[in-house]
Design a protein around this ligand. Structure first.
Ligand SMILES: Nc1ncnc2c1ncn2[C@@H]1O[C@H](COP(=O)(O)OP(=O)(O)OP(=O)(O)O)[C@@H](O)[C@H]1O
Length: 452
């Protein structure tokens, strides 16, 4: 399809000559001789770009531009101006014009400007598409009243700049909530930076947060910008804030109160421009009572509290989550989508889900590898989720079966399969964690699981 250009000018000689040149260059050309006609043609023909003369009788170019931008903010408009009319050019920029072309028109410049505007529009469209995709990918699946309430809280909190403390058990979706808040905040184009306070050794956390100069401490071989700097214009998400040491808490509080900080080893004061979201699966109020968390910092972080409910408190979401994960897995592996039978879903609703949504996601990944048929039935659900299937240690039968095997190779393989199955169950279906715990590679575990 050829890009369509709407030419708006009251001088028919200009319209005709532009029409000829642009048509030869492969554009579809539409005309309008005044502002009113231009607005009508935009509605009826949806052009990709508008060339608009600034001097026209009746509604002039600037007013037409304002109207176009009001109804079609993403449509690029290139203004055609008389020689030396700087003031109108300034007015037009303020009103959202993409570019200016001075009369007499240079054909090369016209084509260049149109192509620039079309490329810009394509990039903007791609950007919007990617953002929409990111929002969909991170959207909180669930229709239970608990999730609907959570969604309402997120939408109310997101457009403010207030600090948010997200609480909830492991794997409930706290990070996902933080990402959603960022996407619906006033700074979605800015970065979303995560720091997990539990995963970083105490002495490394401060340089990670505030940055450091070269030589600020042993091992600081180069200058490094901290997360507060990297998150400028966006959101900083501090995961597991309850694990931050009292010393670092004091520095963090000072930085948040003054909205300034310094890199370690530097005396230069930097301005802080971040929205802070924190999360904790520890009960911070009891941490305060135990003297492990500063109350003043807690109040500063907990301006808006958001609690993510445990999965067992919203079991009605299990079918929709199961479907969501199986769709995601099928897309990832370009394989046909698998479905859980009704009985299998009912069985999953009985489980306590201590590992919450993450545990359910891991189980779906495991089932989609293990079960070949497209319908995953109740009998495919492994122990401990399925009370009809016992695991190896409790069953003398399985042990006897292994000990009565004639061949060592055969017995070794059966033991290995049972052992891996047990470890994976103990890690709530998390193949990666199970592999790490037993000192095997993830691929090896995946292969053995799919064979058993
Ligand atoms: N409602 C949901 N819809 C879809 N996926 C979800 C949902 N909740 C959680 N998940 C998925 O479950 C996994 C765990 O979520 P997330 O990491 O956000 O949990 P968390 O509470 O931050 O965990 P932790 O406390 O261990 O840091 C992620 O892969 C996330 O994509």
């Amino acid at each position: 399809m050829y890009p369509a250009v709407l030419i708006v000018d009251d001088e028919s000689t200009i319209v005709d000559s532009l029409d000829g040149i642009l048509s030869d260059d492969g554009f579809e050309v539409i005309h309008a001789f005044n502002g009113y006609e231009a607005l009508k043609k935009i509605d009826s023909h949806s052009p990709d770009i508008v060339l608009l003369d600034i001097w026209m009788p009746g509604m002039d170019g600037i007013d037409t531009l304002k109207e176009i931008k009001r109804h079609h903010p993403n449509l690029p408009v290139i203004m055609i101006t008389g020689h030396g009319s700087i003031e109108s050019a300034v007015d037009a920029t303020k009103s959202g014009a993409f570019d200016f072309l001075e009369k007499p028109l240079s054909i090369d410049k016209v084509i260049l400007s149109i192509n620039n505007a079309l490329n810009f529009r394509k990039l903007e469209e791609e950007n919007r598409y990617l953002r929409k995709k990111a929002i969909e990918k991170n959207s909180i699946t669930g229709t239970s009243p608990a999730v609907q309430k959570l969604y309402g809280e997120i939408m109310a909190a997101a457009p403010t700049d207030a600090s948010i403390l997200i609480t909830g058990e492991n794997g409930t979706g706290k990070e996902m909530v933080a990402r959603t808040i960022h996407q619906f905040s006033n700074r979605p184009e800015g970065p979303f930076i995560i720091i997990n306070c539990a995963a970083i050794p105490e002495e490394r956390l401060e340089p990670e947060l505030f940055g450091h100069e070269k030589g600020a401490f042993e091992g600081a071989s180069a200058k490094n910008r901290g997360k507060f700097e990297l998150a400028a214009g966006g959101t900083l998400f501090l995961d597991e804030i309850g694990d931050m040491s009292i010393n670092t808490q004091a520095k963090m509080l000072r930085a948040l109160e003054s909205k300034t900080f310094q890199r370690i080893g530097s005396s230069r004061t930097l301005h802080m421009d971040v929205r802070v979201i924190t999360s904790s699966n520890k009960d911070l109020e009891s941490e305060i009572k135990e003297g492990r968390f500063r109350e003043d910092l807690f109040f500063r972080l907990n301006v808006i509290p958001i609690h993510v409910p445990a999965l067992r408190k919203r079991i009605e979401d299990i079918p929709i989550l199961v479907d969501f994960f199986l769709t995601q897995l099928a897309e990832k592996s370009s394989a046909p989508k698998k479905t859980l039978s009704k009985e299998a879903v009912e069985l999953l609703k009985q489980w306590h889900w201590k590992g919450n949504v993450r545990e359910l996601k891991n189980l779906m990944e495991r089932l989609s590898i293990m079960v070949e048929s497209e319908i995953i039935g109740k009998n495919d659900i492994p122990a401990p989720y399925n009370p009809d299937i016992e695991t190896f240690p409790e069953t003398g039968e399985e042990r006897n079966r292994i000990f009565t095997m004639a061949q060592l190779d055969q017995a070794k393989a059966a033991f290995e399969a049972e052992f891996i199955r047990l470890r994976v169950d103990q890690m709530n279906g998390d193949l990666q964690a199970a592999a790490k715990q037993m000192g095997a590679s993830l691929n090896f575990v995946k292969k053995r699981i799919s064979k058993s």
